[in-house]
Design a protein around this ligand. Structure first.
Ligand code: FPP
Length: 259
C-alpha cells in the first residue's frame, strides 16, 4: 500500500463521539485444564476458577480504559471434549448470568453472546436472549462472550447467508465487499479487536475472530487463565501501547524519506 493511501477505514484507529480512544481487547481464556492439573484438581474446577478470572479481568479492563472485551468461552471444536466437561462448560454462562448479570447491568455493561445457537439448550438460549435484551442499551462497557463460536464457522455461516440472499434475488454478487461481509458476521456492528491476548504460553489464534483479527496486535503471556488479573492485563496493554500500528502503511519518517 502506498504511504499516501489511508488505512482501511474499518481498521483505522478509532475514537468515540467525544474523541476519546476506543479500545477493544479480545482474550483466548486458555489454561484452565493445566491450572487444575497442577493442583491435582478436576478440570471442572479449573473452568470455575476461569470464571473468577473473567470477573477480575472485566473489572480491570473497565478500570484500565478498555471499552470492549471479547472472550472465548466455548469453541465449536470444544464439543469434542468428554461429555461431562462439555456439560460443565455449558453450565458456566448460566451460573455467571445468575450471579453477575444484575451487577453488570447496574454498572452499564452491554453483554452479548456471539456464536452458533444450534446445540445450546433452550434454557441457555433464553438466558442469553434475556441478557441481550436487558443490557442492550448500556454503553459504559461491552462484554462479548464467544460461546459455541468458531471463526471459520462464522465466516461459512455469513457466506451461506449471502449466497441465500443472492439466490433469492435480494442481493447481487457484485454487492459483496469487506464492509458488507463484516456486517454478516456474528460481530457485526462492533469494532474489530485492537489487541488479542492469549495467556497460557500457547501462540495461536485457535479459530478465534479470524476475520476480525486482520489488524489486531497479538500478545502472548505465560500465565494460566485462572491466575489472570489486573497485573497481566496491564502488562498486555503496555506491550500493545509500545507497538507501532501501521495498518499496511509506512511510518511517518519513511514517508519523509521516500518523498
Ligand atoms: C480453554 O482452557 C478454556 C476453555 C475451553 C473454556 C474457557 C471458559 C472459561 C474460562 C469460563 C467462561 C465463562 C463464561 C461465563 C462463559 P483448556 O481447558 O483448554 O485448558 P488447557 O489447555 O490447560 O487444558
Amino acid at each position: 500500500m502506498a504511504a499516501a493511501e489511508k488505512p482501511p477505514s474499518a481498521d483505522a484507529p478509532r475514537v468515540d463521539q467525544q474523541g476519546a480512544p476506543v479500545l477493544h481487547v479480545a482474550i483466548v481464556m486458555d489454561g484452565n485444564g493445566r491450572w487444575a492439573k497442577q493442583r491435582g484438581l478436576p478440570r471442572s474446577l479449573g473452568h470455575r476458577a476461569g470464571v473468577e478470572a473473567l470477573k477480575r479481568t472485566v473489572s480491570a479492563a473497565a478500570k484500565l480504559g478498555v471499552n470492549s472485551l471479547t472472550v472465548f468461552g466455548f469453541s465449536t471444536e470444544n464439543w469434542s471434549r468428554p461429555a461431562a466437561e462439555v456439560a460443565e462448560l455449558m453450565a458456566l454462562p448460566k451460573r455467571y448470568f445468575e450471579t453477575d448479570l444484575a451487577r453488570l447491568h447496574r454498572e452499564g455493561v452491554r453483554v452479548r453472546v456471539i456464536g452458533r445457537r444450534e446445540g445450546l439448550s433452550s434454557e441457555l438460549l433464553k438466558l442469553i436472549d434475556d441478557a441481550h435484551a436487558r443490557t442492550e442499551n448500556n454503553d459504559t462497557f461491552n462484554l462479548n462472550i464467544a460461546f459455541n463460536y468458531g471463526g471459520q464457522a462464522d465466516i461459512a455461516d455469513a457466506a451461506r447467508r449471502f449466497a441465500e440472499d443472492v439466490a433469492a434475488g435480494r442481493r447481487r454478487p457484485e454487492d459483496l465487499d469487506e464492509t458488507l461481509f463484516a456486517g454478516l458476521l456474528a460481530t457485526a456492528g462492533a469494532p474489530p479487536p485492537d489487541l488479542i491476548v492469549r495467556p497460557s504460553g500457547e501462540q495461536r489464534l485457535s479459530n478465534f475472530l479470524l476475520w476480525e483479527a486482520a489488524y489486531a496486535e497479538l500478545v502472548f503471556q505465560d500465565v494460566l487463565w485462572p491466575d489472570y488479573g489486573e497485573e497481566h492485563l496491564r502488562a498486555a496493554l503496555a506491550e500493545f501501547a509500545a507497538r507501532d500500528r501501521r495498518y499496511g502503511a509506512i511510518v511517518a519518517d519513511d514517508v519523509l524519506a521516500a518523498g
